[in-house]
Design a protein around this ligand. Structure first.
Ligand SMILES: [Zn+2]
Length: 243
């Protein structure tokens, strides 16, 4: 049986192991990056992932992770677009600053009341049709029934609007991995990478998104972007447009 230290000690041990991971790197392996969200230039910090420590995960200044930086890059490259009224589900602090000043309004939403501007269940969104122009929704769909959530996102978008979606993806899997026998938190962690995840998406995420009515464009992080901005190679942003 594995010995599990109490939470306080575990927190300190995690901090210490990240420090050791940083110090233990070969100097030649260390690299400076640019953060497209805050402009910081220099080395990034490691973070614990599900199965490994990610050595260059977090911007040392604003805390942006790989996926936030990829989205930040895409926004920077698409500054000519208009964003209108923006709705941000499960709003990450690293993304708020970017989105707040971008459109004509910025609203945040969480499932639980009292933690964001609106309390919304993404599977049954309590908003009229055509309420927003831009929806940002990162790492939410792996927690919920996407067959319910995607049509709801489509419904509340105005024509010409867009939803920007990201979620854990195994792009080389043609089919998403779901398993009706996985019912406990411990099993969900083992099978889906986190105790409250209900699947790993495969590339069929594209057909699931299209089935909700969206015109889909996939934005894939390049090798050069990985070197310059420390984004994850091959990371995918799903740009879902309502015609
Ligand atoms: Zn930053």
């Amino acid at each position: 049986m594995t010995m599990v230290p109490p939470p306080k000690l575990r927190k300190r041990l995690r901090k210490l192991s990240l420090k050791l991971a940083r110090l233990g790197r070969e100097p030649s392996d260390r690299q400076d990056y640019t953060c497209p969200l805050c402009g910081y230039e220099g080395p990034f910090k490691p973070r614990f992932g599900t199965v490994a420590i990610r050595l260059d995960a977090a911007c040392a200044q604003c805390g942006a992770l790989e996926r936030h930086r990829h989205i930040g890059l895409w926004f920077r490259d698409n500054a000519h677009r208009t964003w209108g009224d923006i709705l941000h589900f499960a709003p990450e602090r690293q993304m708020r600053k970017l989105l707040q000043g971008l459109g004509s309004s910025y609203t945040t939403a969480e499932l639980l009341a009292g933690v964001a501007d609106l309390a919304l269940n993404i599977e049954a969104i309590d908003l009229p049709d055509a309420s927003y122009d831009t929806i940002m929704c990162n790492h939410v769909l792996e927690h919920v029934d996407d067959a319910k959530a995607l049509p709801e996102l489509y419904r509340i978008l105005r024509p010409g609007g867009q939803a920007i979606l990201t979620f854990p993806l195994i792009a080389s899997w043609p089919e998403s991995y779901e398993n009706p026998d996985v019912k406990t938190e411990a099993d969900r962690h083992k099978h889906f990478g986190q105790s409250d995840h209900v699947r790993y998406f495969g590339w069929d995420a594209t057909t699931r998104i299209a089935a909700a009515g969206f015109k889909l464009t996939t934005i894939v992080a390049t090798g050069q972007e990985a070197v310059t901005y420390g984004v994850a190679r091959g990371d995918v942003i799903f740009l879902c447009e309502k015609g």
